[in-house]
Ligand binder design. Sequence first.
Ligand code: SF4
Length: 407
Amino acid sequence: MKKPELLAPAGDLEKLKMAVVYGADAVYLGGKKFGMRAAAGNFSTDDFEEGIAFAHRHGAKVYVTVNIFANNKDLEELPAYLKSLQELGVDAIIVSDPGVLAIARETVPGLSCHLSTQANTTNWRSALFWQEAGIARIILARELSLAEIAEIRRRVTVELEVFVHGAMCWAYSGRCYLSLHLAGRSGNRGECAQACRWKYYLLEEKTPGVYMPVEEDSRGMYILNARDLCLIDYLGRLAAAGVNSFKIEGRMKSAYYVATVTRAYRRALDAYLRDPDYVVDPALHAELQAISHRPYSTGFLEGNPGLWGQVFDSAQQVTSHEFVGVVRSYDPVAKRAVVEMRNRFAAGEKLEVFGPRTDCREFVVTDLRDAGGEPLREAIRVQEHVSLSMPEPVEEYAIIRRRLARV
Ligand code: SF4
């Protein structure tokens, strides 16, 4: 079996580094222009250079989204932008608009073009069409079953990429104007406000000011709130079906999310590749509960999930843990770690730490000090660098987190 790729989101430079050190074979990201995730942080030219160099040094590829549905005026700057991406050394661009693809083929013919899921490829004939148009890889629509993916694979030679984890769109990706109409932010421009997950009321026109909840039970009803996708148990079957790349959704998510999900899928995928009969370790399922998420489902992989694909009683995300900080360095002589703080923590607290190569373990915060070496009772400033005693070594980029009380 050819080794499939694990592809992780890189919303900014820090997340890119997290994705790479936690095991991604490739990352995808957006530049300042022409991407669908306008609010995902995105990369300046300096960030691009540093991020691409970092990824390539670690043997990972970099794909850049150029996947807006372009208007005429968008096309003017496109050739120069595509050339700059090629000069920066990106490994592929991700497009969805045939006009953008045509300009890319004319302007940067040596640069691979991947077809965005926004193009909604749902059948083998479409896949063949895009293959003949010069697309090197198709990111299939999320709304496909395993059998449909396998049939597409049998009929085309183009590489296939499949989403395995992350948020689902209530509509076909990108084919939704709910957010534009209700919040003035277009999903087709990468600005989706996730309006489908808001709580809705009925208003009767002759009774102004009386908002009636659309209730399924006393907790209300969230009619368009899709469960998150989790296919960690299907990696072996997807690989056997000929999928070339497993994609994790979430360029808007935190560095903690990227590290945790990438690490879990890396471990599962490597285990599948060693043993096709591998059954996913429950500890990896538990890890995927440790990030903010909606209840999981397997999406359309076993067929249309129908009502099971939605969460009706709450739009709230759930998690078992909270991100506390990132280890920036470790001094093995002093046995101290420098930690960049993300959520406040105090001396004496019991926390957890795991690294790119090390398992999760508990520890107690002792001898907490600020950057000047002064004792601290609590770390309270986000991004502040503090140091603490760590008798057991920790890796750079290790994640520190807090287990939340069970409710
Ligand atoms: S509002 Fe919901 S369904 Fe529409 S694009 Fe955004 S996530 Fe998708």
